[in-house]
Design a protein around this ligand. Structure first.
Ligand code: FA5
Length: 371
C-alpha cells in the first residue's frame, strides 16, 4: 500500500466515525485544508517529471474526490439527524386536551346599549355619561322639581344617609335626565347627545326592577320642534326593531322638565310566551308597552343649565332600555335579567363576536334571543 492509500483510508475511517459537524470539519481540514495531506500531495506534482506526474496525478485526484464525497455524504447525514432531533423536541402532543373555549356571553342589556349607540351615532348623536351617585340638585331641582314638588314622590328614590358638601341630599339617580343638566353645563348649546346608563328606584314586578337602564336623548338648537322628536323616535324604533310596521302611540303626559310632555308606547302581540313587536292595542291579542317619556325641554331647565331659552329650544326623551330589550328578544319577565342565572345568560346572551353595526345589522338574531 502506498502512503497515499494509507492516508486516504485513515481519513475515510475518521470521517465515518465523526458524529458531530465539528468533528467532521476537523477531518475536512486535515485532508482538504491548505496544509492537509491532499494539498501537500498535489504540491509534490510540481517537482515530478512529466512522466512521473502522468502516473501520480490521477491517483491523487481520485483520492481527493473520494474523501470530498465521503465528507459531503456524512454532512448530509449529520444535518438530517440534527433536524430530526429538533423536530422531536418541538413536537406537540396531540393527545393533550384541547384548550377550553372562552365561556360567557354578552348580556342583552349591554348588546342593546351597543345597538342604541350605533343607531344614534348614525343620526349624529354623541354619547355622554354622568354619575350614578347623584346629588339632589341635578336629579330633581335643576329638572324643575323643587323640594316640595309632588313629582318627586313618583320616583321611589334611594337616598344616602349622609348629606353632600353643600348640605343637599345624595341619592342613587332615579333617571338619566340629570345628564341633560351636566352636559348642557359643560358643553352649552347647540347639543345632540344620548346618555345610556343605570338608574335606581324602589320598584319591583314583571316590568319594573330596582335597578334598570335608561337612555336619555337631548337635542338643543335654534329651530327644534316636536316634529323632530316624533321623527327621531320613529326612525330609531324602525332601525332598532328592524321592521317598518312599528306602531308608536304618543300620549300627552306630564314631566316637570318638559312642556309639552309626551309618553310613547309601542304595540306588541303575545305569541305563546313571547312578546313580539307589531300591531296595536285595539286588536285582540295586542297590547301596548310603555317605553319612555319625552317632550320639549322646559325653559326653566335650560335656565338652570345655563342655556338661554330665548335663543335655544329642543327636545329630550328618556327610554327604558330593559323594556326594549324584552320586546326585541322576547323575554317576558324583567326580573330574570338580573338574577345572574347562567342558564338564562347562555340562552339570551350574545357572542362577543356579534358586534352590532349598521352595515351588518343591529340585531343579527332579531328572530328572538337564544345563543
Ligand atoms: C323618566 O324617568 C323621565 N326622566 C323620562 C324623560 C326624559 C321624560 C326626558 C321627558 C324627557 P319615567 O319614570 O316614565 O320617566 O321612566 C321612563 C321609562 O323608564 C319608562 O317608560 C320605562 O320604560 C322605564 N322604567 C321606569 N321604571 C322602570 C323600572 N322600575 N324598571 C324598568 N324600567 C322602568
Amino acid at each position: 500500500m502506498t502512503e497515499l492509500t494509507t492516508q486516504k483510508d485513515a481519513s475515510l475511517t475518521a470521517i465515518a466515525a465523526a458524529n458531530t459537524l465539528d468533528a467532521l470539519e476537523v477531518q475536512r481540514v486535515a485532508a482538504l485544508g491548505k496544509k492537509g495531506w491532499v494539498s501537500l500531495a498535489l504540491k509534490t506534482l510540481g517537482q515530478m517529471s512529466p512522466d512521473e506526474r502522468k502516473g501520480a496525478a490521477p491517483a491523487i485526484q481520485s483520492a481527493r474526490a473520494e474523501v470530498a464525497g465521503a465528507i459531503n455524504t456524512k454532512k448530509a447525514e449529520l444535518d438530517a439527524a440534527a433536524l430530526e432531533a429538533q423536530l422531536a423536541s418541538e413536537a406537540i402532543d396531540l393527545t393533550l386536551p384541547a384548550p377550553e373555549l372562552a365561556k360567557g356571553s354578552v348580556h342583552p342589556v349591554s348588546q342593546v346599549m351597543d345597538e342604541l349607540a350605533e343607531i344614534f351615532a348614525d343620526l349624529g348623536f354623541a354619547v355622554a355619561t354622568g354619575p350614578e351617585i347623584e346629588d339632589d340638585w341635578h336629579n330633581f331641582t335643576a329638572l324643575n322639581m323643587n323640594e316640595s314638588h309632588p313629582a318627586r314622590a313618583m320616583h321611589d328614590t334611594f337616598y344616602f344617609p349622609d348629606a353632600a358638601a353643600d348640605g343637599g341630599k345624595m341619592l342613587l339617580r332615579t333617571h338619566t335626565s340629570p345628564v341633560q343638566i351636566r352636559s348642557m353645563k359643560e358643553q352649552g348649546a347647540p347639543i345632540r347627545i344620548i346618555a345610556p346608563g343605570r338608574v335606581y328606584r324602589s320598584d319591583s314586578d314583571a316590568t319594573h326592577t330596582p335597578m334598570f337602564h335608561q337612555v336619555e336623548g337631548l337635542v338643543i338648537d335654534k329651530d327644534i320642534h316636536l316634529g323632530h322628536l316624533k321623527w327621531t323616535l320613529e326612525t330609531f324604533f324602525k332601525a332598532f326593531f328592524e321592521r317598518e310596521d312599528i306602531v308608536l302611540r304618543l300620549r300627552p303626559s306630564y314631566f316637570p322638565f318638559t312642556e309639552p310632555s309626551v309618553e310613547f308606547d309601542v304595540g306588541y302581540a303575545n305569541e305563546g310566551d313571547r312578546r313580539v313587536v307589531g300591531g296595536h292595542g285595539d286588536d285582540a291579542g295586542h297590547d301596548w308597552m310603555e317605553l319612555g317619556g319625552s317632550g320639549m325641554v322646559n325653559s326653566r331647565v335650560l335656565e338652570f343649565a345655563g342655556v338661554d331659552p330665548n335663543e335655544y329650544q329642543g327636545f329630550a326623551f328618556g327610554l327604558g332600555i330593559d323594556r326594549i330589550a324584552m320586546l326585541k328578544y322576547g323575554m317576558n319577565d324583567l326580573r330574570a335579567f338580573f338574577d345572574g342565572d347562567p342558564r338564562w345568560l347562555a340562552h339570551y346572551g350574545f357572542s362577543p363576536f356579534d358586534q352590532p353595526t349598521l352595515s351588518a345589522g343591529v340585531g343579527s338574531r332579531a328572530s328572538g334571543g337564544g345563543a
